[in-house]
Ligand binder design. Structure first.
Ligand SMILES: Nc1ncnc2c1ncn2[C@@H]1O[C@H](COP(=O)(O)OP(=O)(O)O)[C@@H](O)[C@H]1O
Ligand SMILES: [Mg+2]
Length: 238
């Protein structure tokens, strides 16, 4: 049983979900796997939104389906890389924005008795754990953070480390291509504006558990990611 048997136009297809336009104010995010329940993503999106983190409102959740307020705007990655260079979002600005979204998320603390999200040892901050430029939508009134399916309570430095590993795999996977954005500079800029990272080897293990949802070229760089992150973090005084 799903929320809507005939959704509208397919807006985007992510690694785990297909996102359809329901109308000009709502989207349907449907997991590709019908057995994958959206409960955790829905709970985390609600918790984050209620605490003031910019994220689309949850309008309904049922089985693999999540109905969300529609955000008008490209992803941060698209805004950094597409169109004329003069109109692109500068890399440093984007990475400062990403670091700020981390801080705003981590300021949310686990309420007493909260049971909807898993708790990791070492902290009680809200963690997104997939906070990268494809999970930020650039609305006219500011960035909106989406895709909360990995959200947990835990130590902020782990969330920073997960983002750093994601950016490092991306940088290492595509380093030979002539890219509009140099992804190593992207990681360097992120580390310079982010909170201190911790739990780096746990972050690599965490990403390793998700290789099925990553492009093969990025998954192949997991063994090399920690070295690049450590090198740049040490250089930036982290
Ligand atoms: N509320 C929304 N409004 C507009 N577009 C959205 C919304 N939520 C998701 N999308 C689009 O769908 C894509 C995939 O959604 P996401 O939640 O990141 O799923 P996945 O887990 O598959 O990455 C996003 O990158 C974005 O382009
Ligand atoms: Mg996503």
């Amino acid at each position: 049983m799903t929320t809507c048997d005939h959704p509208g136009v397919l807006l985007a297809s992510g690694a785990t979900a297909l996102v359809y336009e329901l109308d000009d104010r709502r989207v349907l995010r449907r997991y590709r796997d019908p057995a994958h329940a959206t409960g955790r993503a829905a709970a985390a999106t609600r918790i984050a939104g209620d605490a003031g983190v910019p994220t689309p409102r949850v309008l309904a959740a049922h089985g693999p389906d999540l109905v969300l307020e529609r955000v008008d705007g490209p992803t941060m990655l698209a805004e950094m890389t597409s169109g004329a260079v003069a109109e692109q979002l500068p890399m440093r600005e984007a990475m400062a924005m990403l670091a700020d979204l981390h801080r705003r998320t981590h300021r949310v603390r686990m309420p007493q008795g909260e049971r909807e999200l898993p708790r990791l040892p070492g902290g009680d901050s809200l963690l997104h754990l997939d906070l990268h430029p494809n999970n930020v939508l650039m609305a006219a009134d500011g960035p909106q953070l989406i895709d909360w399916e990995n959200a947990s309570w835990g130590p902020p430095g782990f969330d920073v480390a997960v983002t750093a590993v994601i950016l490092a795999c991306y940088a290492l996977a595509y380093r030979t291509e002539d890219d509009a954005v140099d992804a190593t500079d992207l990681l360097d800029a992120f580390l310079r504006s982010a909170e201190p990272l911790t739990h780096l080897s746990d972050a690599v293990d965490f990403r390793r558990e998700r290789v099925d949802f990553m492009p093969a070229a990025e998954a192949a760089q997991l063994d090399n990611a920690a070295g690049l992150v450590r090198y740049l973090a040490d250089r930036s005084g982290q």
